[in-house]
Design a protein around this ligand. Structure first.
Ligand SMILES: Nc1nc2c(c(=O)[nH]1)N[C@H]1C(S)=C(S)[C@@H](COP(=O)(O)O)O[C@H]1N2
Ligand SMILES: [Mo]
Length: 241
C-alpha cells in the first residue's frame, strides 16, 4: 500500500499545485483529464489523477447470477425517429457500427459480424448518477478487440462513441477503452439487448457511472484530442466509481 499512497500524494500535489511545471508534469504522466481547464478543472483533475493512480488496472466488481436484479430499470424511451423504427422493424439487420478516425483499417460492421467475434460476458452494476441502479449480465465483444481489428495509429488517445441519439456522444481514454471489462454489448440477461436497454448495441463501461454506458452505438472514432468533440452537456467527463 505504501507506494500507492505516496504516488497518490505526489499525483494529488502535482495536480493541485498551480505551477505551470507541475501541470506539465502531470500531463506527461497521463494524469490530466481533457477537461482540466475551467472552473471545475482542478476538481476534475484531482479525481481523475487519483483514480488513474489507484485503479488503472482494477476491475469493476462482478456479481453472481443470484444477484441479478429482478426488475432492471430502463431510463428513458428508445429513439422515436423513423430511421430507428425502420431498422428495428428489420430486426437491425441493416444496423452498422462504423469505426474510423486514427485507425489503419476503418471498419463497417454488422451485428452478425460483431457476434462472430469472441463473446465476453460480465455481471456488473449499472449506477445512475441520480441514485438508482441495477445489476445485470451483459454480453458482447470487448471494445479492445474491435480496436485491434481496426489497428489504432500512434497518437491515438481517446475513443469517441456516437449514438443514434446525437446528444449522447461521449468518450473515454485508452485506459478505459482497452480495459477488459469495456464491452460493446448486444445481449442482456441471456437475451437479445432490447431498445429500452440500448439495443441493438450498447457500450458498457462498468468502471464509470451509468451515463457513460451509451445506448444505440453507431460509430466509434479514435482521436488524439477531444478538442471540439461534442460532450453530452452537463455531465462530468470522467465518472469513475
Ligand atoms: N443513448 C442513450 N444512452 C444513455 C442514456 C440515454 O438517454 N440515451 N442515458 C444514460 C444514463 S443517464 C444512464 S444512468 C443509463 C441508464 O441505463 P438504463 O436505461 O439501462 O437504466 O444509460 C445511459 N446511456
Ligand atoms: Mo443516469
Amino acid at each position: 500500500m505504501k507506494p500507492v499512497t505516496r504516488r497518490l500524494w505526489i499525483g494529488g500535489g502535482i495536480v493541485a499545485g498551480a505551477g505551470v511545471t507541475a501541470v506539465t508534469l502531470a500531463g506527461r504522466a497521463g494524469l490530466l483529464p481533457p477537461n482540466c481547464k475551467g472552473i471545475y478543472g482542478p476538481g476534475e483533475s484531482l479525481t481523475y489523477a487519483a483514480q488513474r493512480l489507484l485503479t488503472r488496472n482494477r476491475m469493476a466488481r462482478e456479481f453472481d447470477r443470484s444477484q441479478i436484479s429482478a426488475k432492471p430499470f430502463s431510463n428513458g424511451r428508445p429513439p422515436q425517429e423513423a430511421r430507428f423504427k425502420q431498422l428495428e422493424a428489420g430486426r437491425f439487420k441493416d444496423w452498422r457500427l462504423t469505426v474510423d478516425g486514427l485507425v489503419d483499417r476503418p471498419l463497417e460492421l454488422s451485428l452478425d459480424e460483431l457476434r462472430s467475434y469472441p463473446r465476453t460476458s460480465q455481471i456488473t452494476h449499472l449506477a445512475c448518477e441520480e441514485g438508482w441502479s441495477y445489476i445485470a449480465e451483459w454480453a458482447g465483444v470487448r471494445l479492445s478487440h474491435v480496436l485491434q481489428l481496426a489497428r489504432m495509429k500512434p497518437g491515438a488517445k481517446f475513443v469517441v462513441y456516437h449514438s443514434s441519439e446525437k446528444y449522447w456522444t461521449d468518450s473515454i481514454d485508452l485506459d478505459d477503452a482497452l480495459h477488459p471489462q469495456t464491452l460493446l454489448t448486444y445481449e442482456m440477461n441471456g437475451a437479445e439487448l432490447t431498445p429500452p436497454f440500448g439495443g441493438p448495441l450498447r457500450m458498457r463501461v462498468p468502471r464509470q457511472l451509468g451515463y457513460k454506458s451509451v445506448k444505440y452505438i453507431t460509430k466509434i472514432t479514435v482521436v488524439e484530442s477531444l478538442q471540439g468533440v461534442w460532450q453530452g452537456g452537463e455531465y462530468s467527463w470522467y465518472a469513475g466509481i
